[in-house]
Design a protein around this ligand. Structure first.
Ligand code: PLP
Length: 354
């Protein structure tokens, strides 16, 4: 058994994907070919936003957002401590300070109560300028955007949704990728919508942000390709990856249904044995991971292993405990919920061909 069976998905879509790739090989427009723009239109339509701007990966997508917002040294950007490294890395890469926030015990997502506490603390300390929040749709479940949007307004902060794991999720029908000022996703192969290499995108309804994103991703280009009006980066989605994604996106709604059926089955089988994921009323998860809590993680994972079922731990180390972030500030702080989660979670196989 595979933890995520990408080969089974390829077999299911083989003819369509092979044809799409062959079309690219025939026209030869490997960078910014027509498939890239076709995909951006379809992504924007699926998510329900005005603009989808693709880029090289989900980490660059976050970095592009930092560039658009002009995040810089002395700025505080709030993010959960229980997440993948890239969320916090993009903040530090922009020379700003990631201010970590504890998790909600039920959803594993950023805790709005602790977020407000951390915002007030930064304001009181007066050392950093509070600028933005990056919320994460951890394991596929959308973060608490109604509450996060309220706090962003109250403290005049920009809100970014890191939907690298959340693509396909929704709150009362509003899709992930449409929350906050900008949202990002990743097309890393193991994500809910993955390509066959690295890929990413930024979503926004703001025309000005979209224009800046399109400039920053190609060396800060102006109207003319060789007139560079700002310092940017080289972060484009390959045309071949866009071709693969076009076929995978067409199949994605079906896959999402299967993921949710599997999650229901896991819930029925496992809720008496583990603390299983809770999906709040009105929320839909894309089930990037099916993650349970137990006090007996090592033994439980070993049991699965003996029966040929692979399991993984996402994430064993919180951001404030990562070597790269062990500065004076983070040595002293504790995040009780996130630390408990990192000590007791593990994830079971989850993919639409399980
Ligand atoms: C995967 C992931 C990223 C980074 O995406 P890449 O495409 O691998 O750069 C960022 N944030 C979260 C929460 C992720 O899971």
């Amino acid at each position: 058994m595979q933890f995520i069976d990408l080969a089974a998905q390829y077999q299911h879509l083989k003819d369509k994907i092979d044809n799409r790739i062959q079309t690219v090989l025939n026209h030869g427009k490997y960078i910014m070919g027509p498939e890239v723009f076709e995909l951006e239109d379809k992504l924007a339509e699926y998510v329900g936003v005005k603009h989808a701007v693709t880029c090289a990966n989900g980490t660059d997508a976050l970095t592009l957002c930092m560039m658009v917002l002009g995040i810089d040294k002395g700025d505080a950007v709030f993010c959960p401590t229980f997440t993948f490294f890239a969320t916090a890395e993009a903040i530090a890469f922009a020379n700003a300070t990631p201010v970590f926030v504890d998790s909600d015990e039920q959803t594993f997502n950023i805790c709005p109560v602790d977020l407000e506490r951390q915002i007030k603390k930064v304001i009181d300390d007066g050392l950093l300028r509070p600028k933005a929040i990056i919320a994460v749709d951890l394991f596929g479940l959308p973060a608490n955007y109604p509450e996060l949007e309220r706090l962003a307004r109250k403290y005049n902060l920009k809100l970014i949704e890191d939907a690298a794991q959340g693509f396909g999720g929704s709150i009362n029908g509003k899709k992930t990728g449409s929350f906050g000022d900008m949202a990002t996703t990743s097309f890393f192969p193991a994500k809910p919508l993955g390509c066959y290499g690295d890929g990413g995108a930024v979503f926004t309804n703001d025309d000005e942000y979209a224009a800046l994103l399109r400039s920053f991703r190609v060396h800060g280009k102006g109207n003319d390709k060789y007139d560079n009006v700002r310092i940017g980066m080289n972060s484009r989605l390959d045309t071949i990856q866009a071709a693969v994604l076009l076929e995978k996106l067409a199949e994605f709604p079906q896959e999402l249904i299967k993921r949710n059926i599997l999650a229901d089955q896991y819930e029925q089988e496992l809720s008496s044995k583990f603390i299983t994921p809770k999906v709040p009323e009105g929320y839909v998860s894309s089930w990037a991971q099916y993650t349970v809590l137990t006090d007996n993680r090592e033994q439980e994972m070993l049991n699965y292993k003996i029966h040929g079922v692979p399991t993984m731990i996402y994430y064993q180390t919180c951001m404030h405990q990562q070597t790269a972030f062990l500065n004076q500030n983070n040595k002293k702080v504790t995040f009780p919920v996130a630390q408990k989660l990192s000590a007791s979670v593990f994830s079971l196989p989850m993919h639409p061909y399980l």
